[in-house]
Each structure stands twice: as structure tokens, then as C-alpha cells.
Design a protein around this ligand. Structure first.
Ligand SMILES: NC(=O)c1ccc[n+]([C@@H]2O[C@H](COP(=O)([O-])OP(=O)(O)OC[C@H]3O[C@@H](n4cnc5c(N)ncnc54)[C@H](OP(=O)(O)O)[C@@H]3O)[C@@H](O)[C@H]2O)c1
Length: 333
């Protein structure tokens, strides 16, 4: 890995197609703008058309040649996810880069998705799980190796998958930050399991995870709210970084030749809150193969998705690029 990886290190992405969820603001917007800046055709997957159109204008203001469009996606609805995949398939026949970025954090009161799933688990994990499954056929249709980057958080370290009460349905079981941490741990378990499934079933894709450290975005305002935003805002002034800096580990995972299958990347400095891009520490619970398998099965049931079990040719997959074990040498003990 170069000692300091920057936007300038993104290779040409001309001819590549990328989908970024939650690209209307914060990290997702920066990721989408950078991918478009490198020549990719970028699809903003967003639930808010007005915000998506503003985001497209902003990207095109910087570079009028940018190939950037919008397809509606609400991750809290399985029907919307299916519609997105249908719309995508009507326009494109392959997908090179999928960035599972959209998220909500620490919603104060327990809320449900359209399908009756606790909102943070539903949006952050299950929505992306279902979306990736629906887009798999396009991911395996690329001529090179496609990449799926799932955005997690340092908070995953305190996460625990409550298999006996995933939706925090038991009396007083809902705690806003606990539900967020669970969803971000689920993001990691999913990313690593996707790499293993790809390897064993021959899907020929790279699945990676990344986190932005602590970046100044709308996440706090949209979640715990303004008062917490003020307290955390003070902290982010000291420890945080800009959304564009926060986007770098995600962009590294999505584009760099030095990023490895099954890798996890984040900022290297100050407790991984900010700094240059490097390997992120994998929480021990994220490397639990039993939990990963169990979560995969439960998620398939809850989202009514079926993944292909038969092998698909590993187009362009070099032997030394396989394995999905890069994260195993940076597990937090
Ligand atoms: N900022 C940080 O310090 C930090 C730290 C660790 C991890 N992260 C992770 O980084 C990712 C991006 O967050 P951010 O900080 O950039 O926050 P943000 O500015 O609030 O962006 C979140 C994005 O997710 C979208 N979104 C939320 N619910 C959605 C749904 N149901 N369907 C489709 N899109 C939805 C939002 O769309 P709308 O515009 O429609 O609301 C918005 O575009 C999240 O996964 C978060 O957990 C952030």
C-alpha cells in the first residue's frame, strides 16, 4: 500500500459502471463524485429524487463530462430494492463497483421498515444484503473483477448480533446505539462472508469493507439529532475529518490495485478516527465464521432472497487475488 493514498491514485475508471447507495450527501456523495471524476458511469441510488438531482448538478458543475445518473432506491423497502434492480437491468448489463454506503445511525425511538424490520438493521444491513443479491448477476457479468464495498464503522467493535432478538422486539430491548453497532457489525460479517461465498461458489468478485473514521456529515443530525450533534460536533472538530477525507478508505477499497479481497480499510491515525488510508482493525466478532454463516441464513429468510449456489466462471480472477483472508491478519484480539 502506498504510504499516502489520495484521490490522484484512483486509476482510470473509463468504461466502468458503479452504483453508490446514499450518494446524496456525506461520504456517499464524495465517493460518487470521485468515481465519476475518474471516468466511471455512476448511478446514484437514492430515496430522495430532489436531493439526487442536486447531487448530480454538483458533480456536473465540477466536471460537465461526468456520467452520472439516478435510479430510485429506498433500502427500507424490499419492493423498492427489487424495482431498483429491475430498472438497473433495463439500462445496464454489468456492474463493476457496488458501494453499499447508505446508512442511518442511532435513531432515538425504535422504528420499522416497510417490511417490519427494525430500521437500522433493515436499512444498514438487510437492505444492502438484498440489494447485493439482486445485483449479483450483473456483478458476475463484468469482464474483470467486480467489487462490492460495504461501509461499516469503528462502532462495529462494540456490536453484538442478538440472534435471539435481532429486531429488539423484547420489552425495553431497543437501545439506539446498540442497534446501530449491531447493524455495523452485520455489515462486516456480510462483507467477509460474501468474499468466502464468492470464492467457494465461483462468483469471481471482490468483497471488501471500509469505514470513514469520524467524518463531518449529516449522519448525526439525521439520527440522534441536533443536541447530540452539538456535543459530538465539538468532538468531531477535534477528532473528525471532512467527508471527502472520510471517503478515501471507501475509494481505496473500490478502486486500488493494492486493496485485497476480504480486506477492511479505514483511516490509520488517532484510533482510526482520521488520517491516511490503511488497514482497519477487524473486531474479533466480525471474524466469527459461525455468526457470519448464521447471519447470512437469517438475512436470506428475512429478505426472501436466494443466492446462486452453483459455480459461475471466475472471469479474470488471478490465483493470488483469491482467498478473502486478508482481514485475518488484522483481527482485534
Ligand atoms: N460520518 C461518520 O463519521 C461515519 C462513521 C462511521 C461510519 N459511517 C457510515 O458511513 C455511511 C454514510 O454515512 P454519512 O456519514 O455520509 O451520513 P449521511 O450524510 O447522513 O448520509 C447517509 C446517506 O444514506 C441515505 N439513506 C438513509 N436511509 C436510506 C434509505 N432507506 N434508502 C436509501 N438511502 C438511504 C441518505 O439519504 P437521504 O439523503 O435520503 O437521507 C444519505 O444519502 C453510513 O453507512 C454510516 O454508517 C459514517
Amino acid at each position: 500500500m502506498p504510504s499516502k493514498w489520495t484521490l490522484k491514485d484512483i486509476p482510470s475508471l473509463a468504461g466502468k459502471i458503479a452504483v453508490v447507495t446514499g450518494a446524496t450527501s456525506g461520504i456517499g456523495f464524495e465517493v460518487a463524485a470521485a468515481l465519476a471524476g475518474a471516468g466511471a458511469r455512476v448511478i446514484l441510488a437514492s430515496r430522495n429524487e430532489a436531493k439526487a438531482l442536486v447531487a448530480i448538478d454538483k458533480i456536473k458543475d465540477d466536471n460537465s463530462e461526468s456520467l452520472v445518473t439516478y435510479i430510485p432506491l429506498d433500502l427500507t423497502s424490499l419492493e423498492s430494492i427489487e424495482d431498483f434492480a429491475q430498472d438497473f437491468g433495463d439500462q445496464f448489463d454489468k456492474l463493476d463497483i457496488l458501494v453499499n454506503n447508505a446508512g442511518v445511525m442511532a435513531i432515538p425511538d425504535r422504528k420499522l421498515t416497510t417490511d417490519g424490520i427494525e430500521l437500522q438493521f433493515g436499512t444498514n444491513h438487510l437492505g444492502h444484503y438484498a440489494l447485493t443479491c439482486r445485483l449479483l448477476q450483473y456483478l458476475v457479468s463484468t469482464t474483470g473483477i467486480s467489487r462490492v464495498v460495504t461501509v461499516s464503522s469503528r462502532v462495529a467493535r462494540s456490536g453484538k448480533i442478538q440472534f435471539d432478538d435481532l429486531m429488539a422486539e423484547k420489552k425495553k430491548a431497543y437501545k439506539a446505539y446498540r442497534a446501530y453497532a449491531q447493524s455495523k457489525l452485520a455489515n462486516l460479517l456480510f462483507a467477509f462472508e460474501l468474499q468466502r461465498k464468492s470464492d467457494s461458489r465461483g462468483w469471481g468478485l471482490m468483497s471488501l469493507a471500509a469505514h470513514p473514521g469520524f467524518a463531518k456529515t449529516d449522519l448525526m443530525k439525521n439520527g440522534p439529532g441536533e443536541s447530540c450533534c452539538f456535543r459530538m460536533g465539538c468532538c468531531s472538530c477535534v477528532c473528525g475529518q471532512s467527508a471527502s477525507r472520510g471517503a478515501l478508505p471507501i475509494l481505496f477499497a473500490a478502486t486500488s490495485d493494492d486493496a485485497l479481497p476480504g480486506g477492511y480499510y479505514g483511516p490509520k491515525g488517532c484510533s482510526e478516527l482520521k488520517g491516511k488510508v490503511g488497514k482497519a482493525k477487524v473486531p474479533k466478532r466480525a471474524a466469527n465464521l459461525g455468526d457470519a454463516d448464521k447471519l447470512w441464513e437469517v438475512s436470506a429468510e428475512l429478505t426472501k432472497t436466494a443466492w446462486p449456489t452453483v459455480g459461475i466462471n471466475m472471469v479474470g480472477m488471478e490465483d493470488d487475488a483469491r482467498g478473502g483472508g486478508e482481514h485475518m491478519d488484522n483481527i482485534e484480539l
